[in-house]
Design a protein. Structure first.
Length: 1001
């Protein structure tokens, strides 16, 4: 038989679907592959299906240096339909469709089945709606990827969009809207939309709420509109990215098999409008005052621009962001900070789409800054002039310096999570040329004088908007429709116009000078003896313990140095706790300014209060890392000498505003009070707010001297840093940081209160809040962390997490943000159930009843009736996630540093937990669940923060002159509740857990 005849006979034996599949495969178009960096070991293929879908296939090879062969796979699909496609007046419909889409398909009709499958297989999923796109994604264990991808694809092919689900998901959208109503970052842009022509989609309210999705439209019309919008979900405006360890050919087969049934369609062209047609002249002829919810003062200077999408290689706004945001010599930020007029300066872009974008300079004002807006504007106007008058040669020099940073970042590729890889690259498929798909959207690639100076020149026209966000304006006579934002408009002041017309160059302003921290040596060091699986202690003294590991997995020229300074002053009093926080705030501000240039070339310095002391983390190219460590330690021990009273008072004022803002947010209040009730050394933000009044600069300076006098210093140095270089770094630290050893008897870990048996409850009233957002939290304290408890808790969370979401949000619609999570509170484990709700929809009593019902009835039944197959699937998913290789050096360092910080040095904790979980039975899990949620061993804490149900006008009047406070509700809901009205009294006589260290038992 000839070969031709054999082929014909083989084709005859194929089923019709098989023949169709082969036919489609033959029509798949292979496009140009994206350019990748030399450090990126993944393989890529860009294809286009006959239906028009473009897909990027990413093969992630196994990490040969890792003992684990487990990994996560991911997929993301972007569809070119967003809030600009909302039909008038159904604002928020695209966002609503995002919610409705994943509630079942013809092939997988069960509500919640998709989320259950993803969660059971160690994954997660989500979506977000933008102006012109909606992006969906999931991440899942590799083995389950084909099934997950099929479920994912079917939602776009044959989503049920059940009419019965409309009310439920509409409530979820409204809850999401109402939760965001307390955040100025969501509210303020709605006012700015009033300057956009109402015929342009940019003027629309994109989130959606009850008003737009129910009150102004019948359910029949809403459902019809939803179906019509879904009909625009066609393959030729879809972009897919998938990542897996499967080969490119296997991935291509999967994508063709799963997505070929997507239909193509006609794509309507967008209406072209010029900038002057899109924006009303009031944008720049008026000045706006906006009343915020937060205690904050800000100055915004905004410009509207033509869309810069096609100039992504030049990226002029990213370049200007560098010029405005750096804090070194010659910058606007440095001058405004020195004058004590501002605490933060940020240049960014808003509303970016294919039709226009808005550039915005934001200046966070001090009280003095608010009084001197004219002086600030004079400086900003001069800075803009300097940018314009600087030579092309100087701009090209600076641009190329930042371009080099972009190129190095691309060359020495840091691996991202599969989820981040697919969501980033799917955006690139649509907006970048095929070869540029993997480029960072903030990267600078080619200097173009015309493009850059076109933008610079536009910023130097008097077509900008000025907005001041403050509570201090005399009257706010307008109100935005959806969030109720109060604002006022006045004619652009003549005095500001004169400042603009008469602006001159200020010699204090100039483009950033050449950067002294630029790295030039990128040699990768290799030494098997210095690259064990876990860090090794390479030096120990009375003061120092130093751990080290030379990287042999990621092989990039980066290093990370972690330093923790333990002092007995940390836990000696609550006042000292606040003094350390104040010291940290002052140090963070100082380091931000001092190391601005280092930050500009990729170095990061992170300062914070740890659970045992004060720590500094430094990372970046290893060549200059020793220099930066030396300079950082020197600055840390000397900067307080130059800290003056005005700087200190500015920080006190700033912190008081931050604490005051948090006191008005139920989410912050609930976290605060759980911590206060359970921890020995915790301070409420309300307590911090009042204590700040009695603290002086001299107090902080004295505390600083005491803190750094007697120390134990923990150090981890990991990455492309040899043992010899690590020891040199530590020697430098020893020479700079002179101190005496910490007393060996000092116990550095904070203690956790052992809650009494039974149920304790504290109910708080968000007295300072202007809305009805409430938070309910049930906290089951489990006990000191051990391998057994930690493993069982991970497994319990895996079994219950998706079901908690399904019941509390999807079925009962208690709120948008609900969940079940586990926590490690200073070494004491807990299981938590959280619901963020609206008091006018579901009062706190009803919410708590349903949360209890979930735990006591639904969860208990789920565990009891869980099939062996489902149980084993969940176990496998958790085990795989525990032993999956770390994608980045920073992840590995974080895990190792955590073991050192917690003083248990248990570097292989996840691997041991994985082994333990393999042998856990359903009966053991059920016994564990029963012991922590009921019976004599139950230690349950309920914290509820109750939102205001009165009208905003009434609430505002009540709190106008109210001292910062949080109300306490004294009556209980049941006879079995132990009501907490005074935390100190509640804690009196209650035992503490001994300082907890992770035990392998």
């Amino acid at each position: 038989m000839t070969i031709t005849k054999q082929v014909k006979e083989t084709k005859k034996a194929l089923t019709k679907p098989q023949r169709m599949f082969i036919n489609i495969m033959n029509q798949v178009e292979i496009l140009k592959s994206p350019v990748q960096s030399e450090g990126d070991k993944k393989q890529y293929r860009l294809i286009k299906l006959p239906n028009g879908l473009k897909a990027l296939l990413i093969h992630k090879p196994e990490n040969s240096s890792s003992e684990s062969n487990e990994s996560l796979a991911a997929a993301s699909l972007m569809v070119g339909v967003g809030s600009f496609d909302d039909p008038p007046p159904i604002w928020g419909l695209a966002h609503f469709l995002e919610h409705m889409l994943f509630l079942g398909s013809e092939k997988y009709p069960d509500d919640g089945e998709y989320n259950d499958f993803i969660t059971a297989n160690g994954g997660s999923s989500n979506a977000f709606t933008q102006t012109e796109d909606t992006t969906y994604y999931f991440e899942v264990n590799e083995k389950a990827f084909p099934e997950a991808l099929d479920r994912f694809a079917q939602q776009f092919i044959s989503s049920l969009l059940l009419r019965d689900s409309i009310n439920r998901e509409r409530e979820a959208v409204d809850s999401e809207f109402r939760m965001s109503a307390g955040y100025d970052s969501r509210r303020i842009p709605e006012v700015m939309k009033s300057f956009i022509n109402k015929n342009h989609p940019g003027s629309r309210f994109k989130s959606g709420n009850i008003e737009t999705l129910k009150n102004n439209i019948s359910d029949d019309d809403l459902y019809t509109a939803l179906r019509d919008l879904f009909s625009k979900y066609v393959a030729n405006v879809m972009y897919l990215s998938v990542q897996s360890k499967r080969s490119l050919d296997e991935l291509q087969n999967l994508v063709v098999e799963k997505f070929s049934d997507l239909k193509s369609g006609i794509v309507a062209s967008k209406t072209e409008m010029s900038l002057d047609e899109i924006f009303k002249p009031q944008f720049y002829t008026k000045m706006v005052f906006i009343k915020p919810i937060s205690k904050v003062n800000k100055l915004y200077m905004s410009w509207y621009l033509n869309s810069l999408d096609r100039h992504y290689k030049v990226n002029p706004l990213a370049y200007l962001k560098h010029i405005f945001n750096h804090e070194s010599e010659g910058s606007i930020a440095k001058l405004l900070f020195e004058k004590k007029f501002a605490t933060h300066v940020n240049f960014s872009s808003l509303f970016e789409n294919s039709m226009f974008s808005v550039a915005r300079l934001s200046v966070e004002l001090t009280d003095d800054g608010l009084e001197n807006v004219d002086l600030i504007l004079k400086d900003i106007f001069s800075y803009l002039l300097m940018i314009k008058e600087s030579s092309v040669k100087e701009h090209e020099r600076l641009y190329n310096e930042y371009k080099e940073k972009s190129m190095l970042k691309f060359k020495f590729h840091k691996e991202l999570s599969p989820r981040k890889n697919v969501t980033d690259s799917v955006n690139g498929i649509k907006y970048f040329e095929e070869t540029d798909i993997l480029k960072d959207e903030n990267s600078l690639n080619e200097f173009d004088e015309k493009v850059i100076f076109d933008v610079i020149n536009f910023l130097n026209k008097r077509k900008f908007n000025l907005t001041i966000v403050t509570n201090e304006h005399e009257s706010f006579n307008k109100k935005e429709k959806y969030f109720g934002v109060e604002f006022d408009e006045i004619d652009f002041p003549e005095k500001y116009q004169r400042l603009w017309d008469e602006r001159t160059l200020n010699p204090e302003f100039f483009l950033e000078k050449p950067n002294p921290y630029k790295a030039t040596n990128f040699e990768i060091y290799e030494n098997v003896e210095e690259s064990p699986k876990y860090p090794v202690k390479i030096y120990e003294s009375d003061i120092y313990e130093v751990w080290h590991k030379l990287d042999n997995i990621y092989k990039l020229p980066y290093g990370i140095v972690c330093i923790n300074m333990i002092s007995s002053e940390r836990l000696s009093s609550l006042r000292n706790n606040l003094l350390l926080i104040l010291f940290d705030e002052l140090a963070t501000d100082h380091f931000s300014k001092k190391f601005s240039q280092a930050r500009n070339v990729g170095y990061q310095i992170y300062l914070n209060v740890s659970e045992t002391g004060y720590y500094v983390e430094l990372s970046g190219f290893n060549e200059k890392l020793p220099l930066i460590v030396q300079q950082a330690i020197n600055e840390l021990i000397t900067f307080m000498d130059s800290t003056d009273e005005s700087t200190f008072q500015l920080k006190i004022s700033e912190l008081k505003k931050i604490y005051l803002n948090n006191i008005s947010r139920p989410s912050s209040i609930s976290r605060d009070y759980v911590s206060k009730i359970t921890k020995e050394t915790s301070l409420l933000r309300l307590e911090k707010y009042h204590m700040l009044e009695s603290i002086s600069l001299d107090d902080v300076k004295k505390f600083f001297q005491l803190y750094f006098h007697q120390l134990k210093v923990q150090v981890l140095i990991q990455g492309n840093v040899t043992k010899m270089k690590a020891l040199e770094i530590v020697e430098t630290m020893e020479n700079k940081l002179t101190c005496v050893p910490l007393d060996n008897n000092y116990e550095p870990k904070p203690r956790v209160i052992q809650l009494p048996g039974g149920s304790s409850a504290m109910r708080l009233i968000a007295s300072m809040s202007e809305d009805d957002n409430s938070v309910s939290k049930i906290y089951y304290q489990i006990g000191p962390i051990t391998i057994q408890r930690n493993s069982l808790l991970k497994l319990l969370r895996g079994v219950l997490k998706s079901h908690a979401f399904e019941y509390l949000r999807t079925k009962e619609q208690l709120g948008y943000n609900v969940g079940l999570q586990s926590d490690d509170n200073e070494g004491v484990l807990s299981l938590e159930v959280n619901v963020y709700s609206q008091e006018n929809k579901h009062n706190f009593t009803e919410v708590l009843e349903k949360m209890n019902f979930f735990i006591d009835n639904i969860a208990a039944k789920l565990i009891k009736e869980l099939s062996d197959d489902d149980f084993n699937t969940i176990k496998t998913g958790i085990i795989r996630s525990l032993i999956a290789p770390k994608e980045r050096l920073s992840q590995e360092v974080s895990e190792n540093w955590n073991a050192i910080l917690k003083l248990n040095y248990f570097f292989d904790r996840d691997q041991i937990c994985a082994e333990f979980i393999k042998n856990v039975s359903k009966e053991e899990l059920q016994e564990f669940f029963n012991s922590i949620t009921g019976g004599v061993n139950m230690r349950k804490l309920i914290v509820q923060v109750i939102g205001n149900t009165e009208s905003k006008e009434v609430i505002k009047e009540k709190i106008k002159n109210l001292e910062p406070t949080v109300g306490i509700k004294t009556e209980g809901l049941t006879d079995t509740e132990r009501i907490i009205t005074n935390i100190s009294e509640f804690q009196r006589g209650v035992p503490f857990y001994p300082s907890v260290y992770f035990k392998n038992e």
